[in-house]
Write a protein that binds this ligand. Structure first.
Ligand code: NAD
Ligand code: UD1
Length: 347
């Protein structure tokens, strides 16, 4: 059992990971400014974890860019133990928005991470799990993509993630003792199987899965498939979708390795290693929901690659972790959440 600080723990990936870590017996303090999430998500995490575990979760409303909020959060950790590790999810993640508002993205993603790292140093905590992204690989030259592939992001969001990865390199080299995992997520989707927590995008979803589920539930008329002429078997784009519960378990595994092994800097893809096309997703969602998902094939979206799939072998080797859930599970659980919460948490 360890004392953990989770930034952005009310968000999509953070809430599922918080549940897995509570169930593993850890004490958690979550820092979130709720700019893209609702306190209700954490209330439901507590409900799912049960009354004993619920008491091991403390929530602080605040901003990672504020030294005072960070100090408050380190001080809020329940019990006498200092914070043993930080899991850093807080950040902005919408590619199109990052093109329009680069200053905000650099501020939250890079300046926010820098402030957090300074607070960790001040509070004597040197263990970090960082949410990185497969977006770093840009248009990949080799698929499945190994961690050694060139870092060549193509938008401000990706640049800000690459900058934090660089900062973590520099920090790890500056003093011994840092234990850092940079986890490069592929395409996280789905929900907890209870349907109580899930992804709750605000406005029109940018990403495929939430869009498809909103079409299935009747909130939107049809899906636009971005490109039917990609060099893939059915002409639609291929991605490596990963069930958010597998991803959450990947964080637990990374944390266990960091806390047990000597200091190190780990850089790992978290993906399934399997690619699915947009049309595969449409068909799987129709099967899981029993609802039609009407679609129209339109022009390609700027900045899209034909195919991005992880080489997940290094994570399997270093963490003893691999994905266990397939596309049908992702659709079933995503549908369960969507049906029970057609308007998300309503925030
Ligand atoms: P999310 O938006 O659901 O969660 C992010 C959380 O951070 C939210 O609860 C938000 O309120 C909080 N937050 C934002 N700015 C903050 C600030 N300044 N101070 C405190 N809290 C703040 O996103 P997610 O999908 O759960 O993603 C989590 C992390 O994983 C992000 O860093 C994202 O870039 C990264 N990531 C996500 C994906 C994906 O497809 N979802 C893929 C790769 C990487
Ligand atoms: C996108 C981001 C990526 C980010 C990831 C997770 C872009 C170019 N990339 O990845 O940086 O890390 O989200 O947040 O925005 N699609 C449709 N119709 C839709 C939506 C998507 O056909 O309405 C297709 C896309 O062309 C793609 C696939 O579905 O082939 C998956 O798209 P999406 O869910 O947006 O994820 P990525 O593009 O992989």
């Amino acid at each position: 059992m360890a004392q953990l600080l989770i930034t952005g723990g009310a968000g999509f990936i953070g809430s599922h990971t918080a549940l897995v870590l509570l169930e593993a017996g850890h004490n958690l303090v979550v820092l979130d400014n709720f700019s893209n999430s609702a306190p209700e998500a954490l209330r439901r995490v507590q409900e799912l974890a049960g009354p004993e575990a619920a008491q091991r979760l403390t929530v602080v409303e605040g901003d990672i860019r504020s030294a005072a909020d960070l100090d408050r959060t380190f001080a809020a950790a329940p019990g006498d133990q200092p914070v043993a590790a930080v899991i850093h999810f807080a950040g902005l993640k919408a590619v199109g928005e990052s093109v329009r508002e680069p200053l905000r993205y650099w501020d939250v993603n890079l300046a926010g991470s820098r402030q957090l790292l300074a607070a960790m140093q001040a509070h004597g905590c040197r263990t970090l799990v960082f949410s990185s992204s497969a977006t770093l690989y840009g248009y990949p030259e080799v698929v499945p993509i190994p961690e050694t592939a060139p870092i060549q992001p193509i938008n401000p969001y990706g640049h800000s993630k690459a900058a934090v990865e660089q900062l973590l390199d520099d920090l790890a080299a500056s003093e011994p003792g840092w234990r850092i995992a940079r986890l490069r997520y592929f395409n996280p989707v789905g929900a907890h199987p209870s349907g109580r927590i899930g992804e709750d995008p605000s406005g029109v979803p940018n990403n495929l899965f939430p869009f498809v589920s909103q079409v299935a539930v009747g909130r939107r008329a049809e899906l636009q498939v971005f490109g039917g002429d990609w060099p893939t078997p059915d002409g639609s784009g291929i991605r490596d979708y990963i069930h958010v519960m597998d991803l959450a378990e990947g964080h637990r595994a990374a944390l266990d390795v960091l806390l047990a092994e000597p200091p190190q800097l780990l850089t790992l893809n978290l993906g399934s290693g399997e690619g699915h096309s947009v049309l595969d997703v449409v068909r799987a969602f129709e099967a899981a929901s029993g609802r039609p998902v009407p679609f129209q094939i339109v022009a390609r979206r700027d900045g899209d690659a034909a195919s991005t799939v992880a080489d997940p072998r290094l994570a399997a080797e270093r963490l003893g972790w691999r994905t266990r859930r397939g596309l049908a599970d992702m659709c079933r659980d995503g549908w369960c959440w969507q049906q029970a919460n057609p308007h998300g948490y309503g925030h």
